[in-house]
Design a protein around this ligand. Structure first.
Ligand SMILES: Cc1cc2nc3c(=O)[nH]c(=O)nc-3n(C[C@H](O)[C@H](O)[C@H](O)COP(=O)(O)OP(=O)(O)OC[C@H]3O[C@@H](n4cnc5c(N)ncnc54)[C@H](O)[C@@H]3O)c2cc1C
Length: 491
């Protein structure tokens, strides 16, 4: 008899896991998704004829498996786009990646000289210290954890750190970078970051360091199409996807103790619009946020419950400004390291794919991150939209009269926050989870991993293979999380 696998969450990771399991065969697959659509963070929302991702999702991967998979999945829907980006600094627009001549002209020789001296000094210091190559957090078990602030200051020197990197880090992470882990710097590739861009523009830093991605892939009609294609493949191969189905509890099947750490069969309790139902599972793959999963499991000691509760995620606010113009500019991304404006980044989706807005209309999708507990998150949609619109009009991106409507989208659980010492928190959680032999957790939310779509695809596929290979994959799974440690985000 084939095994029943229930997957929690129909984001990229959950869909990739279901797709791979059905490819391997031998399992009945059901995906339970809380939202009315598939895609999770990689969904495309359509309103008033305007389509937007939750912050446009470009495709770029250094992983050969994904490089082969994406064209196979997307066919002629995979577009190639040449990147155009700008950064707004001290009230002026600069091309990004930075160009030496423009930086000198716009920021002045004195500023550039200060930054260059700071970066050169930092480079000399790095020759005497080992902090230049930051080892993965989970391999750094000895000594003091390195903070994000220390890592960035060591990489870019004091002046550039204070002027650009530090304000941007505070703005995005809503925290003092001294309280965050250097893991953020390691995962997000310092050599590709804003500060490194200054280094490259000033001809400082590693000679062979690659710049930001200049050409990238995009999906015709939005990233949500990738998830729809995966969902179609899953349904065609006999898998079930239950939408509006929020998992609320994991219980032992009859005849087993709820506190048992060897649940051989599980009931996944799911809340649907029509009421509650239970799905029988021989194995569960969870891609939902770790704190949600933790709250569903029996038998956690106080220290483990505390660890789950300590994991924090940033929420995401997207203000979409709709303009009565065919285009606002040529750019894909616009970066705002300083405040104002309130937004950290804005994108014009139509520049990714012209089919995302009708002729004579375009939109600007403006990103703001927030902690769920802060006043910013509690502001009314209309108030946030008005502030974003006012601030961005002041940068010269559009005239106030160009904007004819606006809407706001919100998502919790957008970015795992790597607080200083977070690896110890995770180290308290994995042994507890490993005690449930037929439950594994994976993906951005499930492994508290600041990943991209290509990584999510791999994390889903590896989870499926682990489940296909064993009826009790958990111990082996948590012992092999190292396989995801070297994932990098390419800017
Ligand atoms: C603003 C932004 C921009 C990004 N840009 C890019 C980019 O340009 N390129 C790129 O490659 N990546 C980008 N990413 C990253 C990318 O979105 C993620 O790597 C990927 O979508 C993660 O997929 P996931 O399935 O692991 O998680 P998620 O997409 O979060 O999926 C988890 C799913 O679980 C569901 N769920 C939660 N709780 C329950 C429950 N109790 N029961 C059932 N279901 C539940 C959720 O609704 C969701 O669908 C970006 C992310 C953000 C936030």
């Amino acid at each position: 008899m084939s095994r029943r696998v229930v997957i929690l969450g129909a984001g990229v990771t959950g869909l990739a896991a279901a797709d791979r399991l059905l490819e391997l065969g031998g399992c009945e697959v059901t995906v339970a998704e809380a939202e009315p659509t598939v895609g999770g963070l990689a969904a495309t929302v359509v309103r008033d004829g305007i389509a937007t991702d939750l912050g446009p999702h470009r495709l770029h991967s250094e992983i050969p498996e994904v490089q082969a998979l994406l064209p196979q999945l997307l066919g002629d829907r995979l577009l190639r786009v040449r990147r155009s980006s700008r950064i707004y600094l001290d009230g002026k627009w600069l091309a990004y990646p930075l160009r030496v001549g423009e930086v000198l002209r716009v920021l002045g020789a004195a500023t550039v000289a200060r930054w260059a001296a700071g970066m050169a000094a930092a480079k000399v210091r790095r020759l005497y210290k080992s902090s230049a190559g930051i080892p993965p957090a989970h391999r750094r078990t000895e000594g003091q954890p390195i903070s994000f602030a220390d890592a960035m200051r060591a990489a870019f020197g004091g002046p550039a750190f204070r002027k650009v990197v530090e304000p941007y880090a505070r703005k995005v992470w809503r925290a003092d970078p001294a309280t965050l882990s250097a893991e953020i710097a390691r995962v997000r590739l310092p050599d590709q970051s804003l500060g490194a861009a200054f280094g490259r523009a000033l001809r400082i830093g590693r000679r062979r360091a690659a710049g930001p991605v200049r050409e990238f892939g995009y999906v015709r009609r939005g990233i949500g199409q990738l998830c729809e294609i995966l969902a179609d493949r899953i349904r065609t191969r006999g898998g079930r996807i239950l939408l509006n189905s929020r998992a609320t509890a994991l219980q032992a099947a009859e005849g087993q103790s709820a506190a048992s750490h060897s649940l051989h069969r599980l009931h996944v309790v799911v809340q649907q619009t029509s009421g509650q139902t239970a799905l029988d599972a021989d194995v569960v793959i969870s891609t939902i946020p770790l704190p949600e999963l933790g709250a569903m499991l029996p038998g956690a000691e106080e220290s483990v419950r505390t660890a789950f509760a300590q994991l924090e995620y940033l929420s995401l606010l997207l203000v979409v400004l709709v303009a009565a113009k065919d285009r606002l500019g040529p750019d894909h991304w616009l970066y705002f390291p300083q405040t104002p404006p309130l937004a950290t980044r804005a994108c014009e989706p139509k520049n990714f794919d012209s089919s995302l807005a009708p002729e004579g209309r375009t939109a600007l999708c403006c990103e703001i991150t927030a902690r769920g507990s802060e006043p910013l998150w509690a502001l009314d949609d209309s108030e946030i939209a008005a502030r974003v619109e006012h601030d961005l009009a002041a940068t010269g991106l559009f005239e106030p009269r160009d904007i004819i409507s606006r809407f706001v989208l919100r998502r919790n659980w957008a970015y795992p926050i790597y607080a200083l010492g977070f690896e110890k928190t995770l180290a308290a959680i994995w042994p507890f989870l490993a005690g449930f032999p037929n439950l594994i957790t994976t993906g951005r939310q499930g492994l508290f991993n600041h990943n991209n779509i290509d990584h999510a695809l791999v994390m889903g596929r590896r989870a499926a293979e682990a489940v296909a290979a064993s009826t009790a994959p958990a111990r082996q799974w948590y012992a092999s999380l190292d396989q995801f440690a070297d994932f990098r985000i390419w800017d």
